[in-house]
Design a protein around this ligand. Sequence first.
Ligand code: ATP
Length: 205
Amino acid sequence: MASSRVTANRKVGVFGGTFDPIHNGHVAVAESVREALDLDQVLFVVTSDQWLRENPPVAAAADRFNMVELAVDNVLEFTASDVDIVREGSTYTVDTLRDLRAQLGDEVELYLIVGADSAASMNRWKDAEQIGKLANIVAVGRPGQAFAIQSLDKSHPASGAEYVEGPMIDVSATLVRKFLSTAQSVDTLVHENVAKYIENRNLYR
Ligand code: ATP
């Protein structure tokens, strides 16, 4: 007998990054997408240390993960995910989404959240054409990053993305690290427990 009960799928945001360290821009972006799309949960997925990019992360994956946990601890819907850290090898978004799908089951609807700078480069990502099949893509505005979905070629993975302008906070992890290396306060840029963690562990000096 067919059930007449309708169960709404759980909507889960997937926000990947090096988070080196996590800053207020990251948290504000996640909050604004959560609100705009009525997401039930946002996973902050921390990249492993073996991520192949020009500039490898400065802090170890364990420290970056701990800082994400500290920054999202007070938000019920936000969770740090180590899915990319426990998988051996480099981090590719397509693998992240496949692993999360296996972890969370078929009932869940995934929303991949990417900043405008990342969205623009998605055509160079591994198996980019698969990504849009595994998750809805959400591009978020970032100050200084001109980004117009309409101007993307139809073959670009982000051409079907949903655009959320978001809080437009002009902060980057690069700026946070620069402040720390020149002994300037980062109290307005990161969560206070993240600032304490950085100080205690003597990171980014
Ligand atoms: P870095 O300066 O080290 O390159 P970052 O600040 O860009 O770091 P990442 O961890 O690389 O931080 O970013 C994770 C995701 O968050 C990416 O999709 C990025 O585009 C997005 N993002 C980071 N900061 C902002 C911001 N201020 N506004 C919008 N999106 C952001």
